[in-house]
Design a protein around this ligand. Structure first.
Ligand code: HEM
Length: 256
């Protein structure tokens, strides 16, 4: 109201917001769980790391296990690297911009005023010149700082453009990161997943909606969900002691 937008237009805007909020986070959780459970070593690395950010409190009815989400974002480099690798492999958004004035890039590329510029992130995310010869492999430690420094490639994490960039950079990126990591962490600590087909086959993604950034699986994977023995005799909870703590998943949030 204060910005002179009518109720009807607010309602229309809310439809767009619903898409923004839902279409990408649900498949991002799907791919996180897929890559974790289909790679036992990756799953074990992440479980070990998360155990260090859980605190146990004894209560009358038993133990309460509290997961500190701020610490998950801050102190779990393998898990957050896995998240970034999932986004690198499974996002296909294209940033669309209109060129406002003739602009020369790198002394070679002239962008003419008024043309529409389309920048598919998948092209950037699959370029071996940026990511090295193992570009098509799922390397869950690719974004861990020590690995980046040691590798001859000197990977620049700013090349990850899953959340777009510039003035229309996704404003939901921190919310999305928090909710995806929280869901995944709770899941992998409490459950084992066994695919009913006895193997994890990546589903095709050809039917992905045009509005989506994260690829959508065309088919379900049917699994048995088994509670882990160590997780049943306790109550589970979250805490978020510093909601302003930002995990730098977009170039604009990084200082390295
Ligand atoms: C994994 C989850 C998500 C991904 C990969 C994602 C990705 C993106 C991308 C690529 C853009 C376009 C950026 C550009 O043009 O440069 C965008 C825009 C946007 N996103 Fe997200 N997003 C996610 C979750 C969310 C959530 C949870 C919300 C809201 C709570 C949200 C709200 C928005 C909005 C409002 C825009 C439009 C921004 C503008 O045009 O100024 N997104 N997102």
């Amino acid at each position: 109201m204060q910005n002179k937008i009518s109720i009807k237009d607010i309602a229309r805007f809310e439809v767009g917001n619903t898409i923004a909020i839902l279409v990408n986070t649900a498949p991002a959780v799907f791919w996180m769980l897929f890559y974790l459970y289909s790679n036992p070593a990756v799953l074990q690395d992440c479980r070990n790391e998360i155990e260090s950010v859980i605190s146990d409190t004894k209560e009358i009815n038993g133990t309460r296990r509290i997961i500190d989400i701020t610490s998950v974002k801050q102190d779990c480099p393998i898990l957050t690297s896995t998240f970034q690798e999932v986004l690198r492999q499974r996002t296909l958004g294209a940033q669309v911009r209109q060129v406002m004035q003739d602009t020369m890039l790198d002394g070679r590329y002239l962008l003419k005023k008024d043309v529409t510029l389309i920048m598919p992130s998948l092209v950037v995310h699959t370029d071996p010149a940026i990511w090295g010869p193992d570009v098509s492999e799922f390397n869950h430690k690719r974004f861990v700082k020590e690995n980046r420094i040691q590798s001859s490639q000197r990977l620049n994490p700013k090349s990850l453009r899953a959340f777009g960039g510039g003035t229309t950079l996704c404003p939901g990126r921190h919310f999305a990161t928090t909710e995806i990591l929280a869901t995944v962490v709770m899941f992998i600590l409490r459950y084992d997943l066994i695919p009913l087909q006895n193997r994890w086959t990546p589903p095709k993604t050809e039917k992905t909606n045009i509005a989506a950034v994260v690829m959508e699986p065309d088919t379900d994977i049917t699994v048995r969900v088994l509670p882990r023995e160590s997780s049943t005799d306790c109550r589970w909870d979250f805490k978020l002691p510093d909601s302003n703590m930002v995990f730098g998943v977009a170039a604009e949030d990084r200082h390295d």
